[in-house]
Design a protein around this ligand. Structure first.
Ligand SMILES: Nc1nc2c(ncn2[C@@H]2O[C@H](COP(=O)(O)OP(=O)(O)O)[C@@H](O)[C@H]2O)c(=O)[nH]1
Ligand SMILES: [Mg+2]
Length: 252
């Protein structure tokens, strides 16, 4: 079983990506299932093969512990870790080739608390990876792009898994803009130029330092632009996933 953890900020397209990627893989004759790890989601565009909402009920937590919705979501995320064994058993039963994990809307609930990395470590998967989603239209601003790059790096530090970065929702963007963002992902010089342009010619000391840090971080992750709505570039997405999963631990 190959595990793919789909991670990104709220609204970046994780849920639709899970649905579309599963559909795409199935069309290629691959055996793919989806696990919903978002306890707070109300409607899903797919039918999950495993669903954490069967184990934790956010509304019940709110009532029982007198929590607001955010408190209950945090508690639910932390409770996830306790479900690892049960999830593991059910996964063994399902025994699919690809297991796509649709993670909670607010990524910090999964990525930056104990539950997510713990689950990723404990579940019985031969190879695992992170599919990190860059919200396309949001990243058209170079400063937003840099923030997202930092988040992607922080996720890598937490999970230490091979990672493929996707620029999502390309159907909503001009081709020129997509090309520019992809250039930033390959060339620190181009990114610096864009930041300078955006900030009116001078980067603050902090921005300059942050930028150097990004240059040093330069994690060797390819970025692929795609659309989960129209399956655009899914051939390349699938190829990148397969490359990463079959290279496995050899990659950093
Ligand atoms: N046009 C377009 N909309 C998208 C795409 N991916 C996601 N969306 C929309 O963006 C919104 C947020 O997506 P969702 O998958 O729920 O994000 P999540 O919070 O990361 O799970 C939804 O309305 C999706 O239909 C895409 O590739 N193209
Ligand atoms: Mg979602």
């Amino acid at each position: 079983m190959y595990g793919i953890f789909i991670i990104g900020t709220a609204g970046s397209g994780k849920t639709l990506m899970a649905a579309s990627l599963a559909e795409w893989l199935a069309r290629q004759g691959e055996d793919a299932v989806i696990v919903n790890l978002d306890p707070g989601v109300l409607n899903l565009p797919y039918k999950p093969d495993l669903d954490v909402r069967d184990y934790v009920n956010v509304e019940e937590l709110m009532e029982r512990f007198g929590l607001g919705p955010n408190g209950a979501l945090i508690m639910a995320a932390d409770l996830l870790a306790q479900q690892a064994e049960k999830l593991a058993e059910q996964l063994e039963e399902i025994n699919a080739e690809y297991v796509l994990f649709d993670t909670p809307g607010q990524m910090e609930l999964f990525a930056f608390r104990v539950g997510g990395p713990y689950l990723a470590r404990e579940l019985p998967l031969e190879q695992k990876m992170v599919l990190y989603l860059f919200d396309g239209p949001f990243c058209a601003n170079p400063f937003n792009y840099v923030s997202t790059l930092f988040l992607a790096s922080a996720v890598h530090l937490r999970f230490m898994l091979p990672q493929v970065n996707l620029l999502t929702k390309m159907d909503l963007m001009e081709e020129k803009v997509v090309r520019e963002i992809l250039e930033w992902s390959r060339s620190p010089a181009k990114l610096r130029e864009a930041l300078l342009r955006q900030s009116g010619g001078s980067l603050s000391l902090l921005a300059g330092d942050l930028f150097k840090a990004v240059g040093r971080l330069r994690l060797d992750f390819s970025t692929i632009a795609c659309s989960a709505k129209y399956f655009t570039n899914f051939i390349n997405v699938q190829a990148a996933i397969e490359r990463v999963l079959t290279q496995g631990e050899k990659k950093e």
